[in-house]
Ligand binder design. Structure first.
Ligand SMILES: Nc1ncnc2c1ncn2[C@@H]1O[C@H](COP(=O)(O)OP(=O)(O)OP(=O)(O)O)[C@@H](O)[C@H]1O
Ligand SMILES: [Mg+2]
Length: 168
């Protein structure tokens, strides 16, 4: 998928520079602390950008003890942490198939949903969400383009600024 197809990429308001996996972990940790029931994080980025790596680090800081695998083939996997954690990968789903899965049960449920390749099902996502487009800038460097939609996520911005998220 090109950057242009992803609304969250080119028009993102916020940016976070991760020099390496540790840097990615700092963002994942901050977001895991902010997460509440009904939190939806939409992840995009090219193959191998680090969507699953980010998800694993997010899960770790949400208190998930189980191994979080790439959900490319399972589509949706549920874990238990401080809150339930719903990990999705919609890469192999058509919009119709995704629609039939009744994803709203997850999005508006008791847990936190993280969707890899979220822009493929943009129409099915809640309006209020946090979007991250992961751009690969070097072997370990990732530029995270972040958009917040809705008052809840807007209220997270000060905490995100503290870890280095800045206006893009
Ligand atoms: N700063 C970083 N942030 C995230 N991943 C990184 C970083 N630096 C190196 N990596 C490595 O990049 C790889 C990212 O792979 P990952 O499977 O997470 O990508 P993905 O976006 O989920 O790919 P796919 O599109 O196949 O689902 C991992 O091996 C990870 O360790
Ligand atoms: Mg992945």
């Amino acid at each position: 998928m090109s950057m242009d197809q992803n609304k969250g990429s080119t028009s993102a308001r916020w940016v976070y520079e991760a020099e390496d996996l540790k840097g990615t972990e700092r963002l994942a940790e901050a977001l895991a602390k902010l997460a509440q029931p009904g939190t939806v994080i939409a992840l995009d980025g090219d193959l191998g950008a680090g969507k699953t790596a980010f998800s694993q680090l997010f899960a770790k800081h949400l208190g998930v003890k189980d191994t979080v695998n790439s959900p490319t083939f399972t589509l949706i996997k549920e874990y238990e942490g401080r809150l339930p954690f719903y990990h999705m990968d919609v890469y192999r789903l058509s919009l119709d198939e995704a629609d039939e899965l009744g994803l709203d049960e997850y999005f508006y449920g008791h847990g936190v949903t993280l969707v890899e390749w979220a822009s493929l099902i943009e129409e099915l996502l809640p309006e209020d969400k946090l979007q991250i487009y992961i751009e690969t800038v070097s072997a370990t460097g990732r530029r995270m383009h972040i958009n917040v939609q809705g008052a809840t996520y807007e209220s997270w911005v000060p905490a995100l600024k503290e870890i280095g998220v800045s206006e893009s």
